[in-house]
Design a protein around this ligand. Structure first.
Ligand code: 13P
Length: 250
């Protein structure tokens, strides 16, 4: 995907249908048209109703929080990229640390899921991030390199050019402890250097890389000013009016 400003709201497992509809309506009425690409990522049951509300508005897109590795079949409780496409989803989060930790998903799963997403014209938002322990022990760069290259080795440049990346340090997710702008910039620049070594400098410069982890209405501007940070993947602060402030923080 070409490099652009992006703010994506990952609602995780929150809201009732009624609250979901009110939240989207509030976001639409409090957001001015701009060059920021906005992605709303609600739980599966709300995708279609949220799509209905978003469809009239320029600059807003629909995303899903996960997809299965297969296109269809006997996988009780699962949702395929094929289904997501049929309800108008344009993005899907893959590799979120909550999927890695709680559901024990691995790179081999992410590769299959990303292939399914791309096959159905859905852009993967591939998440990477180190734990606090890994950072404290000085392994953060090697962890990020591994999480990236295990995926990159499976995709040709043409396919990777459709990706969005999100750097989400696990220690910052839902903790209120944000990476400093300097820490975010350092890691985003490092990610571009990995992309440059693996593919080339054009793809390194063109890939949108979002920051995620306790990004909020107060710290978004400083983070988004970093030259290698293209926007945010927002959890908690995407569930209220702070999301609109974050969208306006470039
Ligand atoms: P928080 O913004 O709640 O820390 O969550 C970030 C995240 O996990 C987005 O995917």
């Amino acid at each position: 995907m070409s490099r652009q400003k992006i703010v994506a709201g990952n609602w995780k497992m929150n809201k009732s249908l009624k609250d979901a509809k009110s939240l989207v309506e509030m976001i639409l009425s409090n957001t001015k048209d701009s060059d920021v690409l906005k992605i709303i990522i609600p739980p599966f049951p709300y995708l279609e109703p949220v799509k209905q509300i978003l469809s009239a508005r320029k600059g807003f897109y629909l995303g899903a929080q996960n997809c299965h590795t297969n296109t269809s079949g006997a996988f009780t409780g699962e949702v395929s990229a094929n289904m997501l496409q049929s309800v108008g989803c344009q993005y899907v989060i893959i590799g979120h640390s909550e999927r890695r930790n709680y559901f024990k998903e691995k790179s081999t799963d992410f590769v299959l899921k990303i292939r399914e997403a791309l096959k159905h014209d859905i852009i993967p938002i591939y998440c990477i991030g180190e734990t606090l322990e890994e950072r404290k022990n000085g392994y953060h760069f090697s962890v990020i390199t591994e999480q990236l290259t295990s995926i990159l080795s499976e995709f040709k440049l043409e396919d990777f050019s459709r990706f969005v990346l999100a750097y989400e340090p696990v220690w910052a997710i839902g903790t209120g402890e944000t990476a400093t702008a300097a820490q975010a910039q350092e890691m985003h620049a490092f990610i571009r250097s990995v992309l440059c070594d693996f593919y080339d400098s054009a793809i390194a410069g063109n890939t949108p890389i979002l920051y995620g982890g306790s990004c909020n209405a107060q710290n978004a501007r400083e983070l988004f000013q970093c030259p290698d940070v293209d926007g945010g993947l927002i959890g908690g602060a995407s569930l209220n009016e702070d999301f609109c402030t974050i969208i306006g923080s470039f």
